[in-house]
Structure formats: structure tokens, C-alpha cells
Ligand binder design. Structure first.
Ligand code: ATP
Ligand code: MG
Length: 335
């Protein structure tokens, strides 16, 4: 099914922001810690922390903290939707909620203090409501005239058409917006076939869509270059967990090795990466030289490493990103 935006529906133009993030299946993230996760016994946990969650929402929180011009567009309902709304207000992240019929999901993470492992319980979220999805397209088509980037990140709601991100890619093209996509599986492939500005798969996600293990850098580079050759995207930022990230473009490829920082939790590292990358692209606008791309990679590496220091989706702070920036190395790859 393909959904197109209808004209003539009343609604406010979204606030002036260069970057609009979209989250179709957000969550209220609950984080707690316990000594050891076992079955049957009661697990005594620490006082929970609550964070707004979902890919696009996290990206917007990072952009906002780094001083970028951003708004988060998100689909949410019920009491948990209200809670998410309040949390975004208290972080002062500009945002607009598109109401939907069913309650926003919760995400539950338990950090096991004896081992440092994270147990992440991810619920499916409410099914897609076609009217609400249509409103998403309308809201996107009303982004302000100085809007530049749309960042679509996270999973589709259950039952949403797998080509919904592809519909957004078409809309982005017609509105001259640069679409940055952090998605996986068929939704990622469908949108790439339309053509997007940038994709940020993790190695796991790239291996999943290619159906092959990619243990070496030349293999990873070859896949990214194939995506560029197909005109599926202009920038491939492949994140490699502790191995860092590869940035592959028509004008060069670079590897930034992972920073050696204490890892408390990897939750939110990918969102911090995308947030810092797109903030830098926007702040350097209209310069899209290779220097800008390398700078964006540096900031992305620093932000994702900074996010490793905090548990759950607490994400990164600007001061930590700034202090890690000098430690990032970026190496050009030949051939
Ligand atoms: N263990 C680690 N050590 C150092 N840096 C890390 C580590 N894990 C993640 N990072 C940093 O965070 C970035 C994003 O991490 P990763 O590649 O795991 O993506 P992700 O989007 O969080 O993964 P996924 O979506 O598959 O859960 C990496 O490019 C790297 O800079
Ligand atoms: Mg990710």
C-alpha cells in the first residue's frame, strides 16, 4: 500500500527548523539496574529513570543539545503519549505530536551491574493507523521553507506499509529535502530504491539486508559503493560498533576507528552518531565539501562515544562531545 499526502487539510506549519526528525513508533523508555538478571526470583531494582525514546526522538534530543535547529515529529497516543509529550517539553526539544488512537509503547531496559550487560525488552508498539500515517505525510509536506534535512529513524509500527519510508523518500525529493535514513530490513531497501541523501546502517543491518557476513573492510566498502553506484544514496555512514565507522561517498571513503572509552551502555550510540552528523552538515550548509563530511564523521564519532558513558537513552552531553572530538582519527581509504 502506498499512502500519499492529501492537500487541503488544515494544520499549522511546523516550527522553523532546519532538521525535522520523524518517529513513527516512539517509546517511553524505562531504565533500571539490578545486580544479576535471573528467572523466578524477584529482582530488586534501582529507582527507574524515564527517557523519551525512539530513533528520531533521540536524534532530535542530540541535535538540540548540540545547538542545532531541530524539531521532532512523532506519532503518539494514550497516557504514555502524554508522558512522552511532557518529557520532550521538559527537555525543551521543539516537537509536534501527531495523535494516534492507541497508546505509545514502553521500552524496558535492565542494566546488570555485576556484568555490565544490558537486557532490552522492546515491545511492538501500537498498529499503524492509516489516517495518522496520512497526517504524517501532510505534516512533513508543511515543513517550513528553510527546512533542509528530514531524519527518519527507527522501526515502522506493526502493519504499516513496508514502503512507507519509500513514500517519504519520494516526498523528500519533491520538496527538495535531504533525507537521512536510519532504518533496517525491507523498509530501508524500499526507501533506498527511491533514493535518499544518506543512510546509517550498523554492520548488523548491512549484513541483514545483503544476506552476507561482511567481516572485512574491503567487503563493507564494496557494498557501500554498490549502493552509491545504484544511486540509492549519496553518503553511506556504516557504523561498526567498537570498530568505529566507515563513511563512503562518490568523492572518497574514510574510516574512523572506535574511540577507546569506558563503555557503560551502547544504547543510543547510533542515534547520537546520526544527530551529531546531521547537526554538522546543517551547520556547514551550504558547504558540502569532503572537509564537511569528514568533520561530520568526527562529530558523529565523538557523540556516539560520549553516549557510551551513560546508561539507557540518556544519550550524550555537548561538553563530553567537545572533549572527545580531539581524540577522533579519520583516515582516508584508498581505492
Ligand atoms: N563498544 C564500542 N566501543 C567504541 N565505540 C562504540 C562501541 N559501540 C558503539 N560505538 C560507537 O557508536 C557508533 C554506533 O554504534 P553501532 O555501530 O553499534 O550502531 P547502532 O546504530 O547503535 O547499532 P544497532 O542499530 O545495530 O543497534 C559506532 O560507530 C561507534 O562510534
Ligand atoms: Mg542503529
Amino acid at each position: 500500500m502506498s499512502i500519499t499526502a492529501r492537500d487541503g487539510i488544515s494544520g499549522m506549519m511546523l516550527c522553523m527548523a532546519h532538521i525535522t526528525t520523524l518517529t513513527l513508533n516512539p517509546s517511553v523508555d524505562v531504565l533500571t539496574t539490578t545486580a544479576q538478571v535471573t528467572d523466578t526470583d524477584k529482582l530488586r531494582c534501582s529507582t527507574p529513570q524515564y527517557h523519551p525514546g525512539g530513533g528520531g526522538i533521540n536524534v532530535a534530543r542530540v541535535v538540540h543539545r548540540l545547538g542545532g535547529s531541530v524539531q521532532a515529529l512523532w506519532l503518539g497516543g494514550g497516557i504514555t503519549g502524554d508522558q512522552l509529550n511532557d518529557m520532550l517539553n521538559s527537555e525543551a526539544v521543539p516537537h509536534q505530536r501527531i495523535p494516534c488512537a492507541h497508546a505509545t509503547r514502553m521500552g524496558f531496559s535492565v542494566h546488570e551491574t555485576q556484568t555490565g550487560r544490558d537486557f532490552r525488552f522492546v515491545m511492538p508498539g501500537p498498529s499503524a493507523d492509516p489516517a495518522a500515517l496520512n497526517q504524517v505525510l501532510q505534516a512533513l509536506s508543511r515543513t517550513a521553507p528553510d527546512s533542509r534535512y528530514w531524519v527518519v529513524s527507527g522501526s515502522l509500527p506493526p502493519n504499516a506499509p513496508q514502503d512507507f519510508y519509500a513514500d517519504i523518500a519520494k516526498l523528500a525529493q519533491s520538496r527538495h529535502q535531504k533525507l537521512v535514513l536510519d532504518a533496517s530490513g525491507p523498509a530501508l531497501m524500499a526507501a533506498m530504491r527511491v533514493g535518499v541523501h544518506m543512510v546509517k546502517p550498523s554492520l548488523r543491518e548491512m549484513e541483514e539486508v545483503t544476506g552476507t557476513a561482511l567481516p572485512t573492510m574491503p567487503q563493507r566498502l564494496a557494498v557501500a559503493r554498490e549502493w552509491l553506484a545504484q544511486s540509492w544514496c549519496e553518503l553511506v555512514a556504516l557504523s561498526l560498533g567498537p570498530e568505529g565507522a566507515l563513511l563512503v561517498t562518490h568523492r572518497g571513503a574514510w574510516h574512523a576507528p572506535g574511540l577507546r572509552v569506558p563503555v557503560r551502555s551502547t544504547i543510543g550510540a547510533g542515534d547520537a552518531f546520526v544527530g551529531a552528523f546531521v547537526t554538522t552538515l546543517d551547520q556547514r550548509h551550504p558547504d558540502n565539501s569532503t572537509d564537511t563530511w569528514q568533520l561530520a564523521l568526527r562529530h558523529a564519532m565523538a557523540a556516539s562515544a560520549a553516549a557510551l558513558a551513560s546508561l539507557g537513552t540518556a544519550l550524550c552531553q555537548a561538553s563530553d562531545v567537545a572533549s572527545l572530538l580531539e581524540t577522533v582519527q579519520v583516515m582516508a581509504l584508498e581505492g
